[in-house]
Design a protein around this ligand. Structure first.
Ligand SMILES: *Cc1c(COP(=O)(O)O)cnc(C)c1O
Ligand SMILES: [Zn+2]
Length: 500
């Protein structure tokens, strides 16, 4: 819709000017720092940072009802910078001018309702939010859109050139980081540090195709992360891991969209999310809290974090009920089909501890739970979900398995509705699907495919046929007729078709 066709009272809010201010706050010493310095950790105590924003002037006094109208009308606005995560401009990074914003089609992902089969299986109605439909096929694009927009803005403002972005990755961060960096290829180059053999072929092909330098190292993600942290402290590089708080604020858009998708009624919603490095759950909690404080939502949804029992440090931490006796211990990970979450020492753990406390306090009750699931449960759930019309990756399967567990444990009950984060597209993890459907899972995963789900291609050989079609030499005349008849007969037999 054209700007002059919007209701007059809303028009002036639709296309925002930069305003307000943003700053880092350390979760360790509570020190505050200017965003003009590109910081990844606290310069005084080394603690982990979060970004905060303050709206100023007229924006400060906008009521929840008006914010809701602004976001709803912005949905109809044909302006690229405000189509993705920056529909919620004032709650993401209101200091970035619109001309610095990079939009590659991320965000506004569909929410798809589970059919009756799945609802019956799980015991409650639920939706998948398809984050696999982002441009690099995972939710990581939300954070990258923000981090690279900010970098773009800073580089323009300060005349910086020849920047290098770098990240450690379980696959999706590097795919996303490389994609957004490639869009700014005049300004910067990108590099990705990956654990050799621990990302899928599809994920490996993504940064290579985007022109990034890919460095494969021995070890698992946690080892790569340590190396990249060392690099970002000692060298001129821009870190794209979720330690970079600009990624977190971008990912908050996932929570904002859920609120808007359900007309801001989230009291009965249960958001289910896999936990790896814990950036995603951090962003989701922080996002809902921001909307609560601005009266855009009246109540906080329940949140269920899910971990595989092959990589479950956060789950173990919360097994202890008494907060004063909790002690965080990294775990040694085992091979997991939820490979993007195969992390034993999550970087965002201090953010999680801080935010769960704040979230539960703001809700006036316990609203966040962490459950653990087996590799078997993850795979079974993913396969069943996709056999019922979804495109969930292993982590989406992990969410569904976690939701089932939460229902069984009584953490969720009748009247509540699940919103499951299908964090990536199934095709990124098709190797796991393939091993399951062909019954070829390596034993270290502990997955036994269910026989009834076995599915491999059926060869239609047509051995009896004298002439077969070959590349570049199509059959003709009688030969083609014989081929068509024989092919149809054999396929009809394979499919058990009745003759008309
Ligand atoms: C990164 C990722 C996760 C884990 O998210 P964290 O923010 O690291 O907790 C889960 N699923 C997919 C597909 C991912 O790419
Ligand atoms: Zn500090």
């Amino acid at each position: 819709m054209k700007l002059d066709e919007f209701p007059e009272d809303i028009r002036k809010y639709l296309v925002p000017e930069p305003s307000g201010n943003m700053f880092y706050r350390c979760l360790g010493c509570r020190g505050e720092f200017d965003i003009e310095r590109l910081l990844y950790t606290c310069p005084s105590c080394g603690g982990i940072l979060m970004l905060y924003h303050q709206l100023t002037g007229e924006k400060k006094n906008i009521e929840g009802t008006l914010w809701r109208r602004i976001f709803d009308y912005r949905r109809m606005l044909n302006l690229n910078p405000l189509k993705g995560i920056f529909r919620y401009y004032e709650f993401i990074a209101p200091i970035i001018p619109l001309e610095s914003i990079i939009y590659l089609g991320e965000a506004h992902t569909p929410i798809v309702m589970a059919n009756q089969n799945l609802e019956k299986l799980v015991g409650l109605p639920f939706y998948f939010k398809n984050e696999g439909l982002n441009p690099s096929l995972s939710f990581k694009d939300r954070g990258m859109a923000c981090a690279l927009s900010f970098l773009n803005y800073q580089a323009k403002k300060k005349g910086m050139k020849n920047l290098l972005t770098i990240c450690a990755s379980t696959g999706d961060t590097s795919a996303s980081g490389a994609l957004y960096s490639a869009y700014l290829s005049n300004l910067l180059k990108s590099a990705a540090v990956l654990p050799k053999g621990k990302v899928t072929l599809q994920q490996l092909s993504q940064p290579l195709g985007s022109g990034a330098t890919v460095l494969e190292m021995p070890g698992v993600f946690d080892d790569c992360m340590k190396v990249v942290e060392e690099l970002s402290e000692g060298y001129e590089v821009s870190l794209l891991n979720s330690k970079n708080s600009w990624r977190i604020v971008g990912q908050e858009s996932f929570a904002f969209e859920i609120a808007q998708d359900f007309d801001y009624q989230v009291a009965d919603k249960v958001v289910v999310v896999p936990i790896g490095n814990a950036g995603n759950i951090t962003a989701i909690m922080s996002g809902f809290l921001k909307f609560l404080k601005a009266n855009i939502i009246a109540e906080l949804p329940k949140i269920i974090g899910v971990q595989s029992d092959h990589a479950d440090p956060v789950y173990r931490y919360y097994l202890e009920d008494d907060p004063s006796r909790r002690k965080f211990k990294p775990v040694t990970v085992k091979p997991s089909v939820a490979q993007a979450a195969m992390i034993g020492n999550p970087v965002s753990m201090p953010r999680v501890i801080d935010l769960i406390r704040e979230y539960d306090r703001a809700a006036g009750q316990k609203r966040i739970f962490v459950v653990s699931v087996t590799e078997q449960e993850i795979m079974d759930a993913m396969i069943v979900a996709n056999k019922n019309g979804h495109i969930a990756c292993t982590h989406g399967g992990e969410c569904m398995a976690g939701f089932v567990k939460a229902v069984k444990a009584g953490l969720v009950s009748k009247g509540e509705i699940g919103v499951l984060d299908a964090t990536a597209h199934v095709l990124k993890f098709s190797s796991f699907q393939q091993m399951y459907l062909a019954d070829r899972f390596p034993s270290e995963f502990g997955v036994r495919p269910r026989k009834e789900f076995k599915n491999t291609p059926v060869t239609i050989g047509l051995k009896g046929l004298r002439k077969q079609p070959q590349a570049g030499r199509p059959l003709q005349g009688k030969d083609l007729d014989r081929f068509t008849k024989a092919g149809a007969t054999e396929i009809a037999r394979a499919l058990n078709l009745k003759k008309r």
